[in-house]
Ligand binder design. Structure first.
Ligand code: 57M
Length: 360
């Protein structure tokens, strides 16, 4: 928003015209969020330590995690703060998609915060409880879905499929539950993945980077036409939001890199996951999300399969432990190796996702 003040002085000094460009603001949104998180990170971590906001570790988990007990959690708070500062400076706060993204970040951040707070207060890993958490997520996702459809009009309910230029089914009102599924699913998938140092934040940042590009293209009439993707007027501003996520994510990684000085908590994982889902919907590239976020899909599927098999067989397991990163850990692979390999796989997924822009 502050950029508009500077931009208004362009008649006195024409180079200030550059502030109008989404590409310029996208770059600086990322840098701002990165520097703000690097700046406030140490202060935040100290505060969290003083407030004794330490992680409670599950007793049934891998023994290598016991030493992580007491690591400050709720680092998501400074990720969210850094994103908001970047958007206050570089975001167009009169753009409906940007406002919906901010609502998504804050509402799911609130659910995560409640969960983290209760886990710490009660000193167990139950939090607000799965049912209550799910209901709140569905409620907020519903508000986001309706707001997006209202903002976008008739085009909102039509899907475009990667690889198929002319496959564009209109889901009609069924789009609302579909959008709720995308947001809640992505929020929980990121949450499940967030179980090793840096394991979730790097794929989240990579996906956000991919959506920064998608948002720019979908919000640009000429590029959208050239690539045969939906043109969504105003969606270009989502690039500034996505870039802030990348910057804040990298800043958080500075402290979350193994051995982590801080965890993001549900405050971070639920909010960032929901925001990714929201950006996928706002740019009309919902179906690229499972490709970009292939790591989140693998982790979630491993849990679904494990739990289903466990129940069906009365206690047998497919994996040594779910989510999948625990399975690999139990095989004796050191944590840093698992993390970096997951990052590489995540990058492969993002590149495959981006390649679909031309292959259609
Ligand atoms: C939360 N969170 C971590 C941290 C982070 C249905 C079931 C599979 C659900 C799943 C679950 O609850 N997952 C969601 C995963 C936790 O991290 C905290 O939670 C926040 C994210 N929500 O920010 O605050 C622990 O993860 C480790 N961690 C790091 N570095 C990080 O940067 O090392 C996190 C961030 C932290 C820390 O140890 O304490 C978590 O795992 O609790 N449940 C599980 O994942 C459990 N799996 C399970 O029960 N599987 C069974 C079932 C499916 C049949 C099985 O396979 O037998 C495991 N979780 C853990 N230990 N920790 C069980 C063993």
């Amino acid at each position: 928003m502050l950029w508009k003040l500077v931009y208004s002085l362009k008649s006195y000094f024409s180079p200030l015209n550059v502030f109008h460009y989404v590409t310029f603001r996208t770059a600086y949104s990322m840098l701002t969020a990165l520097f703000v998180s690097l700046l406030i990170g140490p202060w935040f971590i100290e505060k969290l330590k003083k407030l004794k906001v330490g992680q409670v570790i599950r007793k049934e988990g891998p023994e290598t995690h016991y030493s992580k007990a007491g690591t400050p959690t709720m680092g998501g708070l400074f990720i969210i703060a850094s994103i908001l500062v970047a958007l206050f400076i570089w975001g167009d706060l009169s753009n409906t998609y940007v406002l919906i993204c901010i609502f998504s970040l804050l509402s799911f951040g609130f659910v995560g915060f409640l969960d983290d707070y209760l886990k710490i207060k009660r000193k167990d890993s139950k939090g607000i409880g799965a049912k209550r958490k799910f209901l709140l997520q569905v409620l907020f996702a519903f508000v986001i879905a309706v707001a997006l459809v209202k903002a976008m009009g008739f085009k909102a309910t039509v899907l475009q499929f990667p690889f198929f230029k002319s496959l564009t089914p209109d889901l009609g009102w069924f789009y609302i539950p579909f959008a709720v599924f995308v947001i809640v699913g992505c929020s929980n998938a990121v949450n499940l993945t967030d179980g090793l140092d840096g394991l979730a934040i790097v794929p989240v940042s990579m996906c956000a980077g991919a959506y920064a590009l998608i948002a720019y293209l979908a919000g640009h009439s000429k590029f959208a036409k050239y690539l045969h993707i939906f043109y969504v007027p105003g969606a270009g501003e989502v690039a500034v939001v996505a870039a802030a996520v990348v910057g804040a994510g990298l800043g958080f990684l500075w402290f979350n890199a193994h051995p982590a000085e801080v965890f993001m908590g549900d405050t971070g994982s639920l909010s960032l996951g929901a925001l990714l889902g929201t950006m996928a919907l706002a740019t009309k590239h919902e179906l690229l999300l499972p490709i970009f976020g292939g790591i989140f899909v693998i982790e979630t599927l491993s849990v679904i399969l494990q739990v289903a098999y466990f129940k069906a067989t009365g206690g047998k397991r497919i994996f040594k432990m779910a989510p999948f990163h625990h399975h690999v850990e139990k095989q004796g692979v050191p944590e840093p190796k698992i993390i970096v390999r997951f990052w590489i796989v995540s990058l492969i997924f993002v590149l495959i996702g981006l390649s679909t822009l031309k292959v259609r």
